[in-house]
Design a protein around this ligand. Structure first.
Ligand code: SAM
Length: 224
């Protein structure tokens, strides 16, 4: 009885606390089945932009399947990995075999309290969960927590073709049902980033231009 009630709460989108725990175990497999190699390429393509010895903040990192590659390519980096899903964090810890270079925080963007603390912030398929006003607040937080000349690696969906809209609507309905995701509309995050003063220094598109990866410089030297 309790089981059916909890399912009802999740499927009706009322149980916001359930979050991504319920999908964590099959999230990566599902993403791989739908998007194939694009999901891997889009999240690893710009790791080379990360300066050596960086302090890196990862927000909404999920299972962090790409962390081992990052740690191998940038051995002197340290990572703070924030995600509110305990199950996702368990998977990420297992993926890095409890590597001491990675600190895990079960939390959200509200757990970020440090100023000018990070060289790099990474968000992969994270910004799409925020409405326009929420995204503006989030970006302000990220800018404050980054060091001057800090960079952002962003990978997320874009909405430029008719079929992108169909994919997006389906995904938003799915994630509303299984994780209680509130936002149901993709914000043009590139524009929000630029409005927040970020400068796009590299970009690549994948999967019929449905996925965009970009590198942003948040406070270019010499710009107030
Ligand atoms: C769509 S998944 C993407 C996971 C991973 N980045 C990937 O691409 O495979 C979004 C992730 O963000 C986490 N999340 C949801 N709300 C969050 C928040 N406010 N702050 C940080 N992470 C959040 C979820 O638990 C989930 O792991």
């Amino acid at each position: 009885m309790l089981f059916f009630f909890s399912r009802f709460l999740i499927y009706s989108g009322m149980d916001k606390s359930a979050g991504f725990d319920s999908v964590a175990d099959y999230y990566d497999v599902l993403a791989g089945l739908i998007f194939g190699k694009a999901i891997i390429l889009s999240q690893t393509i710009f790791l080379g932009f990360i300066p050596e010895n960086s302090r890196i903040l990862v927000l909404g990192g999920g299972s962090g399947w790409w962390l081992p590659e990052l740690l191998q390519r940038k051995p002197n980096c340290s990572v703070v990995f924030i995600d509110p899903s305990a199950r996702m964090l368990d998977l990420a810890k297992r993926n890095v075999k409890n590597d001491a270079r990675v600190s895990f925080v079960c939390g959200t963007e509200n757990s970020i309290i440090e100023k000018s603390a990070y060289d790099v912030v990474i968000t992969f398929f994270f910004l799409d969960m925020f409405s326009g006003p929420e995204l503006n607040v989030l970006l302000r937080k990220l800018i404050i927590t980054l060091k001057p000349d800090g960079i952002g690696l962003v990978t997320d969906f874009v909405d430029t073709k008719w079929w992108h809209k169909i994919f997006l609507s389906t995904m938003y309905i799915f994630f509303r049902m299984v994780s209680g995701l509130g936002n149901q509309k993709l914000v043009d995050w590139s524009v929000s980033l630029k409005d927040a003063g970020a400068l796009e220094v590299a970009d690549r598109y994948f999967y019929g231009d449905f996925i965009k990866s970009a590198v942003f410089k948040f406070r270019p030297s010499g710009v107030a």
